[in-house]
Design a protein around this ligand. Sequence first.
Ligand code: MLT
Length: 328
Amino acid sequence: MNEVRSFLRAAAATVLGACLAGGALAQAYPNKPITLIVPFAAGGPTDVVARLLSVNMSKTLGQTVVIENKLGAGGTIASAFTAKAAPDGYTFLIHHNGMATAPALYRKLPFNPLTDFEYVSQVIDVPMTLVGRKDFPPRDFKELVAHLKANGEKINVAHAGLGAVSHLCSVLFRQAIGVDLTTIPFSGTGPAMNALLGGQVDLMCDQTTGTTPHIKAGSVKLYGVTTPNRLRTMPEVPTLAEQGLTGFQMVVWHGVYAPKGTPRNILDTFGRALNLALKDPAVIARLTELGAVIVPDDKLTTAGLQTWLQQETQRYGPVIKAAGQFAD
Ligand code: MLT
């Protein structure tokens, strides 16, 4: 009888142990879908990159990384939302230079990019392209500048709102050529591109991750690239600097953020999955095809993003003040 009791006790202990272990595993991160917030509309360059990464990261993490497009105010609504989200590892944000420009652009910003987030990693750098609707009369950059000077505010330039890189690019471009054009805000350059393809707007500055398929299809006119050097993907296309537009260069960088207080081990797990996605040959091939450049390993880190954000915030402040673009 004693033997039976001992056996039952041992069996019960084994079952309890297994349950506890199972419980511990069930608690392990991640144990439910993770939201990756995109601050602009679906179909735009940030969304395209986020979706590409999320598919790969979901496999590594064993949980779906769900993309949520939270639109408005040039990305600041999404950033404010992320800053206030629970720091439990289930909300992340992918954002670009807009994180560094927002403090100078918005007088009443409801979050502080330098203190309200945890920093996962930088991701990619992306060149911008200046594109026009297919039937826009100027055939090249020289003709474009002459056309803009002759028509001024009759020309519509699409962008994704104050804080968007498409907006900043259009402001710097207008400043560089000394012409006032009419700007039309959209919730992202995805819908802005639809308007350009439909001929409702004339011009747009957007990332190659958004414009490349349309340039290759010949459905938009390309006037130049905003990088210091020509692109590997379109070596025949001159930079804007080569075409005489000096002092005007733009490269878009992206970073991944979490709410302040998200535990270190969770940031590391998510960061590792991101890092692995960026080492995957299929992801590399697609990003390269779209003109993006994966940042070097030292930037694929918390410090890599945090230090860069600090530098960029300082760099953009005076540039934006000089351009005189603000919102309350
Ligand atoms: C987008 O994803 O729609 C763009 O990155 C917005 C922008 O121009 O900043």
